[in-house]
Design a protein around this ligand. Structure first.
Ligand code: GDP
Ligand code: ZN
Length: 309
């Protein structure tokens, strides 16, 4: 039989077929094949399985993935972690504070999605709590990312502001939700799925400890053609599987401008005639985007030992 993984808790997988749900384990050989990943089978994967009874089975084959969002399992790990597979779009939730989302963290997520051509909608949430100055900062970021070509939505899940826009984005697709713990992922799902009642938690500004954290990714069905994958809030986003010299391809606006660089192997660090650096100086490329590019380009595990971004 064939089904889709809707939840995975380590060694146990929930597989949904058209009419049923099976709790499955994976055949040992499959786990070995995915040894570079901490989770060889991810939420969103299409799998073949042999039923043992009406509720249980063994996964025997994983279909090739159309795409996935993948990151380093942890800072120092050589292994990767597949956040979700076979998705139509990603919704990344940004909050300026409570918790702070850095542009580097967001850009790392955007690069990982861009590498597989997964469109990302950026939701700037909690606009009800920002001061006038903070609103200006958020508006500037929204303009920057909108100019780059991302769809941006300013929201307050608490007041319901622009919730309908998010609903419209979700409709008829498989979406993955991303962002730090505490940005409002569970609140968003609770607001749009009647009766879901996911746990949400107050967060403290100083630290996020004590906060209930969704531990496993989970696919939630909103209607016949609409699925949302809720993912655990993550602190860091290490980029995997990208060639260093190709990283700038996934910064859309930098890639566009790079065609004007003097050398076609320009890495935009300090080469002469670099159009990208010129555009950063003139403000045409936003400086935090270039900073994020350098941050990923010069990424090494040592440097990030104490600093997860
Ligand atoms: P998650 O970890 O991403 O699932 O975040 P939660 O949904 O648990 O939200 C964390 C906290 O932020 C909860 O106390 C929510 O009530 C609060 N929250 C979520 N969205 C908003 C918002 O738009 N405005 C305000 N003021 N609080 C929000
Ligand atoms: Zn250049």
């Amino acid at each position: 039989m064939t089904g889709v993984i809707t939840q995975s808790t380590g060694a146990l997988y929930t597989v949904k077929t058209d009419n049923n749900i099976f709790h499955c384990t994976a055949r040992g050989k499959l786990r070995l094949e995915g040894f570079k990943s901490t989770n060889p089978i991810a939420v969103g994967d299409i799998v073949d399985f042999e039923p043992i009874n009406e509720q249980e089975g063994v996964i025997t084959n994983i279909h090739e993935r159309r795409n996935c969002i993948i990151r380093k399992a942890s800072n120092l790990s050589k292994k990767s972690h597949v956040i979700a597979a076979n998705i139509d779009k990603a919704i990344f939730i940004f909050t300026l504070r409570n918790p702070v989302t850095t542009t580097v963290f967001m850009d790392r997520y955007l690069v990982a999605a861009e590498a597989y051509n997964i469109p990302v909608i950026i939701v700037f949430n909690k606009i009800d709590i920002y001061t006038k100055e903070e609103i200006e900062q958020v508006a500037e970021l929204m303009a920057v990312y909108s100019d780059i070509g991302y769809k941006v939505i300013g929201t307050s899940i608490i007041t319901g502001f622009n919730l309908d826009e998010i609903k419209a984005e979700l409709n008829n697709s498989v979406c993955v939700l991303g962002g730090h713990s505490g940005v409002g992922k569970s609140s968003l799902l609770n607001a749009i799925v009647p009766g879901l009642n996911l746990k949400t938690a107050e967060i403290s500004e100083a630290h996020l400890s004590g906060k209930h954290i969704t531990t496993y990714a989970k696919m939630i069905k909103l209607n016949e053609n609409t699925f949302v994958i809720d993912t655990p809030g993550i602190r860091g986003f290490g980029i995997v599987d990208l060639k260093k010299e190709e990283i700038y391809h996934y910064f859309k606006e930098i890639f566009k401008i790079s065609h004007n660089c003097k050398y076609n192997n320009c890495q935009h660090i300090n080469e002469p005639g670099c159009a990208v650096k010129k555009a950063v100086n003139s403000g045409e490329v936003y400086w935090t985007r270039y900073k994020s590019y350098l941050n990923i380009y010069f990424d090494d595990d040592e440097k990030h030992r104490h600093k997860e971004v």
